[in-house]
Design a protein around this ligand. Sequence first.
Ligand SMILES: NC(=O)c1ccc[n+]([C@@H]2O[C@H](COP(=O)([O-])OP(=O)(O)OC[C@H]3O[C@@H](n4cnc5c(N)ncnc54)[C@H](O)[C@@H]3O)[C@@H](O)[C@H]2O)c1
Length: 439
Amino acid sequence: MSLDRMAPDRRAFLGTAGALALSATAFGNIPLRRRDEIRVGLVGCGGRGTGAAVNALNADPAVRLVAMGDWFPDRIERALAGLMEDEGPPATGPDGKPVAGKPSIAERVDVPPERRFSGPTAIDRVLAEDIDIVILTTSPGFRPSHLEKAVAAGKHMFVEKPVAVDTPGLLRVRKACEAAAAKQLVLVSGLCWRYDNGMRATFDAVHKGGIGELRAMQCGYLTGSLWHHGRKPEWNEADYQIRNWLYFNWLSGDHLNEQAIHSLDKLLWARQDQPPAKVVAMGGRQVRTDPKFGHIYDHFSAVYTWPDGVKGFAWCRQMDGCKNDVSDHLFGVDGVCDVFKHSISGAHEWKYTGPSNNMYQTEWDELLAAVRAGRTINNGDYMVKSTMLAIMGRMAAYTGQEVTWERAWESREDLTPASLSDADLKVAPVAMPGITKFV
Ligand SMILES: NC(=O)c1ccc[n+]([C@@H]2O[C@H](COP(=O)([O-])OP(=O)(O)OC[C@H]3O[C@@H](n4cnc5c(N)ncnc54)[C@H](O)[C@@H]3O)[C@@H](O)[C@H]2O)c1
């Protein structure tokens, strides 16, 4: 479908008005229809989506990937080619024990051309297939509508971070997560550190008083620049922006949201998911100034303050040739926790010595175990709050103003373009602190 011929209504292309009518049957706990086969659909066949599909296939020998959707057909074909070559790790079942004769990944990728869907309705077409679980791994701007549709269709979900780029989108996600809980759907978030053995033990130790009363937190996501796919003459502006989504706020929400959310989520985790009261932040665009990088910043620094006065200092940078550092530290009255080293120094010395794991795989092992057992996992609360930490930090940096938690939820800034016409996709100016207004 040509993007130019799509409905011009605002958000229609984000799927608020779905092309296919989806059944919104009020399921109870969704029973698996076939215990011997768990059918998975993938929407967003990029790097992470393909990786998540491999994790799903590795997690349980009954999993079959049966439908794939992407805005661009070439992304589906590329992902499929990669999956067909993937031999997968040694054959183990959900309990980690060897399974004799477990079929390879390629044997369980069953996506004939009639179950490959491209264009804006790919989400609707995948959800209309006979699937139990859907993987939502497009760029984040589409997440609110895709999540709403997945919940309405009664599917279990793997949902990559972040889950929105603005408050109106996040409000929709929050509501959809509540509906998922009411329907007892399994909803696992891609905030993967929550599924890492060492991280789980470390936060547990901190919550049990390992560093005494928490006084301050510091986290950093200082890294190099990311990919850019260039521009091809046959692409219109929508193609170009959706391919290069990192650099456009309606799709990524800037890199504080898209990437550094992993660090912000650890601040939230340290506070046992209690949100901050406010944030003051700064940032800018110092090196990545070429128009091809849209309007996002290349560095941020934010100070979050919790109601009890505890501060979380966060910074992130995407620049080449600089010191890279992805680390988090928690400071308490009795000691300091180096989160990535899984260790505590001070009055109660501690270090995690248990087994390490592949957190991406554990996400799926636990998701599938829950689906099989008829249990519910719903990571909605923290995935919504962490996305809001990122959005409020960006709003504070862009405007130069202090943004409270309450005010952030009242924001009516809707980053969705009015349509996908070239005119409506004109790139907004780079935000100027002190001049850009809070909306
Ligand atoms: N948890 C992690 O460690 C981790 C790592 C990487 C990426 N991610 C997240 O995963 C998501 C995807 O990232 P990626 O690196 O795979 O990006 P990507 O660009 O490789 O893949 C995104 C895919 O989604 C497709 N797409 C975009 N809009 C679509 C729509 N409306 N319908 C169907 N398909 C659509 C694109 O064409 C593309 O193929 C992002 O939210 C990102 O933040 C998480």
